[in-house]
Design a protein around this ligand. Structure first.
Ligand SMILES: [Zn+2]
Length: 445
């Protein structure tokens, strides 16, 4: 009989055994870091941490946090890969590059073993969603530089027939869907929606003209926003699975299983802490906080206490699928995406969640934030599937719903479907005009 799990022992380990497994891997990681990396040896000597004295998971708290800035500085000290690297360059076979907000690329290097273990994990993730060797998989996500590119090899390892499509224009991708009838594909939530819309415009019914049964989304919070997920599922007649990854460690290190109730984190590969946003103290299970990850197996560049900048909640409640690894039950967006509107913390994903539940709203929207008299103001432009005569009613209804759910008042303007620009992949739906962080000209409503 076919196995439910890709790696039964690892995926269903009891909590106690999992903790022991993590501690053993953590000890190895610290030893490797100390003996191989200039950076880790320096900070451990400074903090008086002896590499053989990591005996409990709590010992991790003696290490300082890492962040993107530290990685960038590390690369300046020891170009090009940085002094966090713990092996010689001859052992490194791959590096992903991510540009980040400053535009200076940071590297994410892998040894051959790191890469191999990563692909095995990607195969496991796909398997946990029900993908099997009989599936045909289209990798419709950027293949260049970033860690999502090679993930297609995980589906290949699982045994699926894979097509490396990359970021093809929608019309060409749909032609592939029509000709080869793949059963699943990977993309961003934005693109999954866009592609479905284009298919309909071209006269296809995405539910019946293609064989798509599973859609893997990553790169934006949409896949974990229930209303967005349902809207994409409805459009395609398929299940949507969310993935979460952090390129500084892995392409993906968490994903939804067939139960679609949170994302299991790969606890054999990473150790999670959840800390106060802007602080350093742990928050209780179930409360939102910043996810901090420590790599447990990576050889090329161990990552000890990396602040991901992502706000999540976690649960260790058992999942119906039988996997024991903790689940991320809410991914709210980036620490730096959080908006404070008249004292209320709001994420763009919260607003999206409300909009997706209003059936007259047709897909795209834009959030514009301005500051007037030292107060942050939010204006929304939403595409409405209705005649312009109905716009005032839709505007009022949207405004009331947001007030009711999020406690903030926003100005809403309804516009016809198709009026907002479509970007093929990751769409910038928030225009923050408070600090001119984006160089676009100011928007006229
Ligand atoms: Zn599960």
């Amino acid at each position: 009989m076919e196995n439910t799990y890709w790696d039964t022992e690892i995926e269903t380990m009891s909590q106690d055994r999992l903790r022991a497994y993590q501690l053993a891997r953590l000890s190895e990681t610290v030893l490797r870091a100390y003996h191989g990396s200039v950076y880790y040896r320096r900070i451990m000597d400074e903090k008086g941490i002896h590499p053989h004295q990591v005996r409990y998971l709590e010992d991790l708290e003696r290490f300082p946090f890492l962040n993107k800035q530290i990685i960038r500085e590390s690369q300046e000290r020891q170009p090009p890969l940085g002094d966090l690297v713990a092996v010689s360059e001859t052992e490194i076979v791959y590096t992903a590059l991510s540009s980040g907000s400053t535009g200076v690329p940071t590297a994410s290097p892998f040894t051959r073993t790191d890469f191999d273990e990563w692909m095995d994990y990607e195969a496991r993730l796909y398997w946990s969603t029900g993908m099997r060797p009989a599936d045909r998989y289209v990798h419709a996500i950027s293949m260049s530089l970033f860690c999502g590119g090679p993930v297609v090899l995980g589906a290949q390892r699982l045994g699926a027939l894979t097509i490396h499509a990359g970021t093809l224009p929608a019309e060409r991708l749909l032609a592939i869907f029509s000709q080869f009838q793949p059963t699943c594909f990977s993309t961003t939530p934005t693109y999954a929606w866009h592609l479905g819309e284009v298919a309909q415009q071209e006269g296809w019914d995405p539910r019946s003209d293609f064989a798509i049964r599973r859609i893997y989304v990553s790169g934006e919070p949409g896949g974990s926003i229930p209303a967005t997920r349902r809207a994409i599922e409805e459009l395609w007649g398929a299940q949507v699975f969310d993935k979460y990854g952090i390129s500084d460690i892995f392409g993906a290190c968490a994903g939804t299983c067939t139960e679609q109730d949170g994302l299991h984190l790969a606890e054999d590969h990473v150790l999670a802490e959840v800390i106060e946003v802007g602080g350093t103290q742990p928050v209780p299970e179930g409360k939102p906080g910043e996810l901090v990850l420590t790599s447990l197996r990576k050889r090329a560049r161990p990552m000890i206490r990396f602040r991901t900048g992502d706000i999540v909640t976690i649960t260790r409640e058992p999942c119906r699928c039988g996997r024991t690894h903790l689940r991320l039950t809410g991914i709210y967006g980036r620490v730096d995406d959080m908006l404070v509107i008249k004292g209320v913390n709001v994420f763009p994903s919260d607003i999206e969640s409300v909009l997706r539940d209003i059936k007259e709203l047709g897909g795209e929207y834009e959030i514009v934030i301005t500051r007037e008299k030292h107060l942050d103001q939010v204006a929304l432009r939403v595409e409405a599937e209705a005649a312009p005569a109905a716009f005032p009613v839709i505007e009022r209804q949207t405004q009331e719903r947001i007030k009711q759910k999020l406690g903030i008042t926003v100005k809403v303007t309804a516009i016809p479907v198709g009026a907002l620009p479509r970007q093929e992949h990751k769409t910038r739906r928030v225009k923050d005009l408070r600090s001119e962080v984006w160089s676009q000209p100011a928007y006229t409503l």
